[in-house]
Design a protein around this ligand. Sequence first.
Ligand code: DGL
Length: 259
Amino acid sequence: MMSETDKEHIAIFDSGIGGLTVLYEARKLLPSESFLYYADSHNNPYGPKSSLEIASYVKNAVEYLQQFNLKALVLACNTATSVVVQELRNEYSFPIIGMEPAVKPAAEIADGKKILVCATERTLSEEKLSQLISGLDAEDKVEKMALSELVCFSENEQFEGAKPKNYCKEQFNGINWEEFGALVLGCTHFIFFRNLIQSVIPQHVQVVDGNLGTVKRLTSLIETTALDYSRGIVYHESKAMADAGRFERYLKYLQELDQ
Ligand code: DGL
């Protein structure tokens, strides 16, 4: 029987609970793997912070995660990826899978119409996103919108009800949806609001995220484990874990969203 320290873990990192949406998908494709989820709750939210601050938080977290036997690391955070993924790849030998707003798949289904990329203010202002958009020759097709409050709503487990709904409506006020074919959820925290967002925008606007693409990329980079190990999820947090059960509650909520 393998001990906890012998096991190879796939680490999933986020500033908070957003990366659980990636963990949720990863468990479907990789049911026999051991996952280590890390939330940098002490420093959440990342979105309003500077690139320098975010880079230093993420580097500290990965330094901490290094003590575990890591098979791969998923930066399940668009903000962290846009700031520091390259530096981490230069430093560590295990595969590091980053995330970026799913502009490419959105462009494929937007039917020639515009795409609204929703993400944190940091992701929206980083060079990485501009390069992605210009690489697709989509500068005149993309509009950007920060939905920062959704990060706070989700950290407070407020996924439904008037507050997040009115917030989204206010942010979307003035958008001529006839011009748009797709909306990108470019922050993992936003996935919890997929249904809510879809309910306040017209049906023809397709809501797209990059979670499945990220998990497929992870799967292609690792050797999957034989099924006979006992697998599971361990949770770590940068702030003292006051409510250890909350991560499981979020996963349960995602399961309900899926139905
Ligand atoms: N979940 C993160 C992302 O995908 C960051 C949210 C935040 O900390 O502001 O960008």
